[in-house]
Design a protein around this ligand. Structure first.
Ligand code: SF4
Length: 379
């Protein structure tokens, strides 16, 4: 597949972004997108490569979100340690975890190819090596930072897993190197789940790469090797983690994403997400453009999206039931404002528009009676 970096096409999404270089998709972004696939806003902003943190600041909502520079630096230092001295620690963990003899293991460093670090060249070389690996040639070759691609909402995302191992038990394993610790062999389950999601994104892309090359996608192992620091030191620790459930879930959610271009054409002609301070576009213009995209705010957005504080205020202003969580939203199907519902319930608003709404209101009245009865009993 030819690599179309986001900078290339002068399409609607590129015009919306303005002259700034696009922010590429990464696995973390894709997992966030698939966590809330109903959100057109995030789909368009990510596909257009918008710096969402900068956009949030321009519209007056500091994101207070994302990895700290300290965490990023620590992560890079730990990865370097795992790969130091000819990948000694990575090879040790592979031997421990997969039991394979690795005496003949060699590593292809795909961070650059012959001094060329361009994504296009690295992607081409990755494809060439994957073809050799899958064909049974060079089976003992480990790929360091291969470059994979994946279609997301009609755009091409470029992905760089930490490593892809040589054939182990007939299959190839992805490696994820993380800087959160495993204390007595147990790491934070939320952090492990997040790592599994990212590995699942890579697995989907890798399966596609095998398939495109004419090989069985099942050659990609259903477990990935998670590497993290042991206890409170820096010694690398590794274990195999199942990624099947995450892979199936993310693959399904990816099919639910609408094409970003189709969503973007619905924006007014003067819409812009150009976040440069000197772009000449005011915060009000940016706010108007963001508001023109449908959002699907839930409180969960606060844990994964830079725009969350903006969207939360918008949901509060419109009294969207979703701002109180999916449990509240789900008991009010067809009713998009808690304010309207309260007015209907106390008789000050217009009556229910249809039998469906009447049924929901009836249920809410019964729930309210039950709540009052319980409070009286407790008192
Ligand atoms: S915070 Fe806003 S833009 Fe981000 S996923 Fe939630 S609703 Fe969408």
């Amino acid at each position: 597949m030819p690599l179309p970096p986001f900078s290339a096409p002068l399409d609607r999404l590129a015009r919306l972004r303005g002259p700034l270089a696009p922010k590429a998709y990464d696995a973390r972004k894709i997992t966030a997108l698939t966590t809330n696939p109903a959100c057109d806003r995030r789909t368009v902003l990510d596909a257009a490569g918008i710096d969402k943190a900068a956009l949030a600041r321009r519209v007056g909502f500091d994101p207070r979100f994302g990895q700290s520079p300290f965490t990023i630096t620590r992560g890079l230092a730990f990865e370097e340690l795992v790969k130091r001295d000819g990948y000694a620690e990575l090879l040790r963990l592979l031997r421990e975890q997969t039991g394979t003899p690795i005496a003949e293991a060699a590593v292809a460093d795909l961070n650059e190819v012959g001094g060329n670090g361009s994504l296009t060249v690295r992607h081409k070389e990755t494809a060439r090596l994957i073809d050799r690996l899958a064909a049974g040639d060079a089976e003992r070759l480990i790929l360091d930072h291969p470059v994979l691609t994946m279609e997301v909402a009609g755009r091409t995302a470029i992905l760089e897993p930490d490593a892809l191992t040589h054939r182990v038990g007939g299959r190839f394993h992805l490696v994820e190197i993380k800087s959160f610790p495993a204390i007595d062999g147990v790491a934070d389950p939320l952090a492990v789940a997040e790592a599994a999601k990212q590995a699942a994104v890579y697995a989907i892309a890798l399966r596609q790469a095998f398939k495109s090359a004419g090989y069985n996608p099942e050659l990609v192992a259903e477990e990935f090797l998670l590497v993290c620091p042991k206890d409170f030191g820096n010694r690398p620790y590794g274990r195999l983690v199942d990624l099947r459930q995450e892979r199936e879930n993310i693959a399904f959610q990816l099919t639910r994403l609408r094409r970003a271009e189709d969503l973007a054409v619905q924006l007014p002609d003067d819409a812009t997400f150009d976040v440069r301070d000197d772009s000449g576009h005011s915060s009000a213009q940016l706010t108007q453009s963001v508001s023109a995209l449908n959002a699907a705010y839930t409180p969960g957005c606060l844990s994964f999206c830079e725009m969350a504080r903006f969207c939360r205020q918008e949901a509060e202003e419109s009294a969207s039931p979703a701002r109180l969580g999916s449990a509240v939203r789900n008991v009010m199907p067809g009713l998009d404002s808690t304010r309207t519902v309260l007015e209907m319930l106390d008789g000050t608003g217009s009556p229910a528009a249809d039998p469906g709404q009447a049924e929901v209101l009836d249920r809410l009245r019964k729930a309210e009676r039950l709540r009052r009865a319980r409070r009286t009993a407790v008192a």
